[in-house]
Write a protein of this length. Structure first.
Length: 137
């Protein structure tokens, strides 16, 4: 059975949508069932059905994440993993981390940006046998 990946990004942000597409392709190629969704169109069932996540934002206000903020303050996602991505704003990454803090989800320490090597983030979700993360164990 394929693991489910959900890539959620700030509404109406073309550069974020492009980054989300890059992540979706990489996750699909790695054997995940991956889909992208704008934040305001993502519901509780979508979140609960997923085992790995990528969250993208351009601004620290996270206006389109309003409902998801409420969800993440009251749901336990321990054992699940998340990657954060941005099209440049470091403050947006900080806001995403703060939004997820109460959920106990494991968040990759580095944000994904355009031009980043996708394989390091894939190893975080599911280390390959030949990956440095797997060899270190």
């Amino acid at each position: 059975m394929k693991r489910t990946a959900l890539i959620i990004y700030e509404d109406e942000r073309d550069r974020l949508a492009s980054l989300a597409g890059t992540l979706q392709k990489a996750l699909t190629d790695a054997g995940f069932s991956a889909r992208c969704s704008e934040a305001s169109k993502t519901g509780i069932p979508d979140v609960l059905a997923s085992s790995v996540f990528a969250f993208g934002a351009s601004t620290k206000e996270l206006a389109s994440f309003h409902e998801l903020r409420r969800l993440f303050s009251g749901v336990n996602l321990a054992g699940r993993k998340a990657l954060l991505f941005t099209d440049g704003a470091a403050s947006a990454v900080g806001a995403l981390k703060a939004m997820l803090e109460d959920s106990e989800i494991s968040v990759h320490p580095d944000a994904f940006k355009q031009g980043s090597d996708v394989s390091a983030w894939l190893d975080f979700f599911s280390p390959r046998p030949d990956s440095p993360a797997k060899r270190a164990k």
